[in-house]
Write a protein that binds this ligand. Structure first.
Ligand code: EPU
Length: 344
C-alpha cells in the first residue's frame, strides 16, 4: 500500500475545489482497507473513505485524515429461490457501469437510477434516489468495514436507517464505517416505475406503454442530459440541497402566497416541495452567478463551479441561497451535499 502526503483533493471531487489530504492512499483489496485503518490508527487520525467525490465539498484547508480512495472492483450475480436476481458490487465500482450491466442483462430494478455520478460505496450513504426510485428500495444488504474493530460485517436495510437522502452512514458512529460491498435486488419481470412526471411525459411522447428497463434507462439518460450539469464539463455535485419536507399547514400557507407552488405528499403527512421551483419562481435564482459559482440555468438546485473558485466561495454562495429562501418562504433548506473539513 502506497501512502502519499498532502495530496490536493480538488481533482478527486466533481466540484473541483478543496485542499490537501494529510495522507492519501488507495484501496484495491480488502487487505488494503485493513492496512489503511491500521495506518490511520498509528497516526491517530480518522480514516476517510472517498469514492469519486461527487457528493462532497472539501474545504480549502483540506482534511486532517487518512483519505482512502476506494478502488475495489467487481460485480457478481446470484439467483434467489423466488426468481429474483441479486447483483453484488464492490464499493469502488462506478455506479452507472453497474446499472448499465444490469440493464444489458435484461434485469430491472436500477434503471431509474441511471447516469448518477459516483461509486457503489457512496450509493447507500445518501440513499441516492431519482425518478421515483430510491436505492433503499433495492438494497438487500450492505457490507461494511469497522475501522475500530478491524472487521467486516453485513448490515440489513433497517440497520442502515435509510431516509430521504439520509442513512446511518451520514451520522455519528456510522461515519466510521467503510462500505465495502452492496447487494441489490433485481427482477427479470420487473414492473417499471414510470410515475415521475418527466418519465411519464417522455414515454408518452415515444408512445411507449410497456417500457423495458433499457427504455427507462434511455428516458432517464435523455432527461438528465437535458437538465443537469455534466460533471465532465463543469464543477457540480448534483442537487446541493434537499427538497424541503414541510407540514401540510405550512404548505397551505405557501400556496396562498404562491398558488402555483408544487407539492408532493411524503411520509408522515409532510409535503415535499421542489426547492428548484422556489429558487426559480420565488427567489429568481435560476442561472444566478456570483464570480466562479452559480445556480445552474436549467436546474438551480444544482450549484455549479465555473472554475477558479474556492470551497469557501462555494460555501458562501450556498449560504446566501439558503438565507434567501428562508427570508422569502420561512423554509431553511438543508444541505444534501456533505461538507468535509473546516468551514468556519
Ligand atoms: N423546477 C423549476 N425550475 C427549474 C427546474 C425545476 O421550477 O429550473 C421545478 C419543476 O416544477 C420541477 C421541479 O422543480 O417539476 C422538480 O425538478 P426535478 O424533477 O428536476 O427534480 P428535483 O426535485 O429538483 C430531485 C432530486 C434529484 C433527482 C430528481 C429526479 C433531490 C434533492 N434531488 O430533484 O437528485 O435526479 O429529483 O428524481 O431530491 C441529486 O440528488 O443530486 C439529484 C440530482
Amino acid at each position: 500500500m502506497r501512502v502519499e502526503e498532502n495530496v490536493t483533493l480538488a481533482p478527486y471531487g466533481t466540484m473541483r475545489v478543496g485542499g490537501p489530504a494529510r495522507f492519501f492512499t488507495e484501496a484495491h483489496t480488502a487487505a488494503d482497507i485493513r492496512e489503511a485503518a491500521l495506518f490511520a490508527r498509528r497516526h491517530d487520525l480518522p480514516l476517510f473513505p472517498l469514492g469519486s467525490g461527487s457528493n462532497i465539498v472539501v474545504s480549502d484547508e483540506g482534511v486532517h485524515a487518512v483519505v482512502l480512495r476506494m478502488a475495489t472492483r467487481g460485480t457478481a450475480y446470484e439467483q434467489t429461490p423466488h426468481g429474483d436476481a441479486i447483483v453484488i458490487a464492490a464499493a469502488g465500482e462506478p455506479w452507472d457501469g453497474v446499472v448499465a450491466e444490469t440493464v444489458a442483462r435484461g434485469l430491472g430494478g436500477l434503471e431509474n437510477l441511471s447516469l448518477i455520478p459516483g461509486t457503489v460505496g457512496a450509493v447507500p450513504v445518501q440513499n441516492v434516489g431519482a425518478y421515483g426510485v430510491e436505492a433503499a428500495d433495492r438494497i438487500i444488504w450492505v457490507e461494511a468495514f469497522d475501522a475500530e474493530r478491524l472487521a467486516h460485517f453485513v448490515m440489513t436495510p433497517e440497520e442502515c436507517a435509510f431516509g430521504y437522502r439520509d442513512s446511518i452512514f451520514k451520522r455519528g458512529g456510522g461515519k466510521n464505517l467503510i462500505i465495502t460491498r452492496v447487494a441489490f435486488r433485481l427482477r427479470k419481470d420487473h414492473a417499471p416505475v414510470t410515475e415521475y412526471a418527466d418519465i411519464a411525459r417522455y414515454l408518452a411522447d415515444m408512445k411507449n406503454s410497456n417500457p423495458s428497463p433499457a427504455d427507462i434507462r434511455d428516458a432517464v439518460t435523455a432527461i438528465r442530459r437535458a437538465k443537469l450539469p455534466d460533471p465532465n464539463e463543469i464543477g457540480t455535485v448534483g442537487s446541493f440541497f434537499k427538497n424541503p419536507l414541510i407540514p401540510q399547514a405550512a404548505y397551505e400557507e405557501l400556496k396562498e402566497r404562491f398558488p402555483e407552488c408544487p407539492g408532493f405528499p411524503a411520509d408522515g403527512g409532510l409535503v415535499k416541495v421542489p426547492l428548484a421551483w422556489i429558487l426559480d419562481h420565488i427567489c429568481g435564482m435560476r442561472g444566478l452567478k456570483d464570480g466562479a459559482v452559480g445556480a445552474h440555468e436549467r436546474q438551480p438546485l444544482a450549484l455549479v463551479h465555473y472554475g477558479g473558485g474556492t470551497a469557501r466561495s462555494v460555501r458562501a454562495f450556498s449560504e446566501m441561497v439558503r438565507n434567501k429562501v428562508h427570508e422569502k418562504t420561512g423554509i431553511m433548506p438543508e444541505y444534501e451535499v456533505s461538507f468535509v473539513g473546516r468551514f468556519d
